[in-house]
Design a protein around this ligand. Structure first.
Ligand code: ZN
Ligand code: ZN
Ligand code: ZN
Length: 446
């Protein structure tokens, strides 16, 4: 810290750090940008990192994951919020008439893989976890009952009453196939909506489109479930209204039907029986209405928050784990350790090779995208980022930090190379003080 503070380049270093917005693990780039006159070949302007502190430019890591970099994840969260909100209430190129389209917030859950400790509430009162008067004893000698009223932070939440009875294989297979189940669900939903309108799928496409925005959330028991905005539009997307028969009630009916209709078969392998994976019985369907019980701000906030999270609440690690690692030596929760071990076990089976369970063991089998939108949902994250970059560039030009050249006559040649990542411990302290982003996330994984 002292060396950095006394460095003659300190002011420029601090400016770079401020420009990263408090990124905890900035990427270091070495290189240059030349502006060349197309007609004469004359070099009009050159930016080079040679004169920067340490000879590098520090840029934000742009991760979406709050556990890795809270500052960059916050940018991702805010962008996702704007994108989801535009699809619900208009803006960013989406007309405000979209608020009149039928729109639901749907939660699709995983089925049960065994009894787990849970906090249950009814009318604001906490109920016993799993109280059974004549509880059976499992083959491992454990009584299948828990009369505790668990607090929100109890470490046992999501852990099985008996780990030896728990269907670990089912749990990781569900995660591995959840994205496929989601695809089948959207196909079934289109077919059902077409049927309700008395149309073929081809005819449906000419009159109606179904827009989706979904996010995956890990439950503490280690399975993903999906939250999704599902909206009905006319044939041209959010700018056109859906036909009158396509109401929110009709959509809810179709969602219920599609969720119960789809399944993914898993063939019998080694000691595992053949299975058919389906959504859990718990299906939540709520209309999104302006100023109603579930508002568009609430939904956008909810989806954006989960878009920056991964499996950390389950107590796994935020990085790849190799089958050669000693699982007992890693800081994992016991339940997560068993889920990871199960991924490694099933990952060796030829028939399941496509699921790549070994590579995705740290994600407990899930390898899908956390947050996805259908093409016409609203704007894209790319467009939102491009708008921000244009804004920053124009600001730099107007304040004289970047030269203003006519784009048609000037050739921009950029050469960049990766030169490292992160901050030295002293630099990290200074960066936290400069940007107001706390050094470590106190609510990180156990
Ligand atoms: Zn970052
Ligand atoms: Zn319990
Ligand atoms: Zn048992």
């Amino acid at each position: 810290m002292i060396t950095r503070l006394h460095d003659p380049d300190y002011a420029r270093w601090a400016a770079q750090i401020r420009a990263t917005g408090g990124c905890r693990q900035p990427i270091h780039l070495r290189g240059r940008v030349d502006h060349i006159d197309r007609a004469t070949g004359e070099l009009l302007h050159r930016y080079t990192t040679r004169t920067e502190p340490g000879g590098v430019l520090r840029v934000p890591c742009k991760t979406r994951r709050a556990s890795r970099c809270p500052a960059c994840a916050e940018v991702y969260r805010a962008d996702t919020y704007q994108l989801i909100r535009a699809g619900l209430s208009g803006g960013k190129g989406v007309p405000e008439t979209v608020t009149g389209h039928p729109c639901l917030f749907v939660t699709l859950t995983a089925p049960s893989f065994g009894v787990v400790h849970a906090r249950r509430e009814k009318n604001g009162k906490v109920l016993p976890c799993h109280a059974r008067r004549d509880a059976a004893t499992c083959p491992h000698g454990r009584v299948m009952s828990c009369t505790k009223r668990h607090g929100t932070e109890d470490a046992c939440l999501g852990e099985p009453l008996c780990g030896d009875c728990y269907d670990y294989a089912g749990s990781v297979l569900f995660n591995a196939l959840a994205s496929q189940l989601w695809r089948y669900f959207t196909d079934a939903l289109r077919r059902r909506v077409a049927k309700l309108g008395g149309l073929t799928l081809r005819e449906l496409r000419e009159r109606l489109t179904i827009a989706f925005a979904k996010v995956a959330e890990y439950q503490r028991r280690g399975v993903v479930h999906f939250h999704a905005v599902i909206r009905l539009d006319g044939p041209d997307g959010p700018a056109s209204p859906p036909p009158a028969w396509a109401t929110a009630d009709a959509l809810a009916d179709a969602v219920r039907h599609a969720a119960s209709a789809v399944s993914v078969p898993v063939p019998a392998v080694a000691n595992e029986p053949a299975r058919v994976l389906r959504w859990g019985a718990q299906l939540d369907i709520r209309p999104i209405t302006m100023g109603g019980e579930l508002t568009e701000q609430a939904v956008a906030g909810y989806i954006a928050k989960y878009a920056t999270k991964a499996a950390e609440c389950v107590g796994t690690l935020d990085r790849r784990i190799s089958p050669l690692d000693d699982l007992d030596a890693l800081p994992l929760r016991e339940h997560a350790r068993r889920l990871i071990a199960e991924c490694f076990r099933l990952g060796t089976l030829d028939n399941l090779a496509d699921l790549r369970l070994t590579q995705w063991a740290h994600m407990l089998g899930f390898r899908g995208h956390f947050s996805t939108r259908s093409r016409h949902y609203s704007t894209t994250l790319g467009d939102i980022r491009a708008d921000r970059e244009t804004f920053v560039r124009e600001e730099e030009i107007s304040t004289g930090r970047l030269p203003l050249f006519d784009e048609d006559t000037v050739l921009v040649v950029a050469e960049w190379e990766y030169a490292g990542k992160g901050l030295a411990p002293g630099d990290a302290l200074l960066a936290a003080a400069l940007t107001g982003v706390p050094l470590a996330d106190p609510g990180g994984p156990r």
